[in-house]
Design a protein around this ligand. Sequence first.
Ligand code: ATR
Length: 296
Amino acid sequence: MNINGKTRVCGLIGDPVEHTLSPYIHNTIAAELDEDLVYVPFKVSTGAVSDAVKGAYELDILGLNVTVPHKREVIGTLASIDEEAEAIGAVNTLVRTEGGFKGYNTDHIGLKKALARDGISLKGRNVVILGAGGAARSAAFLCAFEDAKSVTILNRSVDKAEALALDVNQYYKAAALCKPLPLSAALSSGTATGTPAVDGEDLIAIQTSSVGLYPNNNDVIIEDCELYDRIAYGFDAIYNPADTAFMKLVRAHGHKASNGLGMLIYQGVAANELWMGRSVPESVTELLFAHIAELV
Ligand code: ATR
């Protein structure tokens, strides 16, 4: 590429950043649309986020992505914050504005679009979220934004599921959108009355935990149990391996499952659109889908 005096710079702050696929996403979009922009990763330690964001602004950087562990800490450095990002309490995209960066969360947009690509809408659906970390937070708030019918949050440490459920329910102003449960509750086929712990049929299952991540490819957060009979569609936020043990179990029960590559690509596309103020053509997004799996 021809870097010159007018080349705009975007980047990623996080720690670690060595294995990120975001440079591929944004530099491919720039190349395909013939735009004079370069995207680079910046390793930033915890505690140095404020200095890094101030420095980035002074360096005339157009936009930043923010990844673990800084998605919360970065909020304190912003000039303003998007309403949905504020509700979620996590920011993964900074957009240059007059006087400072504005913070957005495109993770939930990425998940929404990845599900839509599979023909799935969360509106009116019963959802089960596995895990209660950062990715679960985006998923649970997306369920609220999209008017899901019910959300069960299953987590090994039930206190984290409870805290997330409380945050979403307070936002939603309905006491009972999200129900927290310990993982063990889903493993037992039902309560003493025979009613399964996870409510509902035709469940959309969103796997957000790190269980099954490379190199532990055979691990699965919930072993084969009656819950899989009620899962109509499974999404795993993991994309390495491309086919997780969770996805295989969902498929073994006769239903469609997708990995997290779509969420990764679409969160990047949404951030890129915010920086550049134009949309990314579907043909470019499809090009990303066609090639990114080879880089994982
Ligand atoms: P992320 O930000 O990617 O969601 P995270 O915040 O570290 O990552 O969350 C990881 C999730 O995976 C958590 O829900 C964690 O469960 P705990 O809250 O109980 O720690 C879950 N997780 C990780 N290892 C697990 C394991 N061996 N069994 C069950 N859940 C696990």
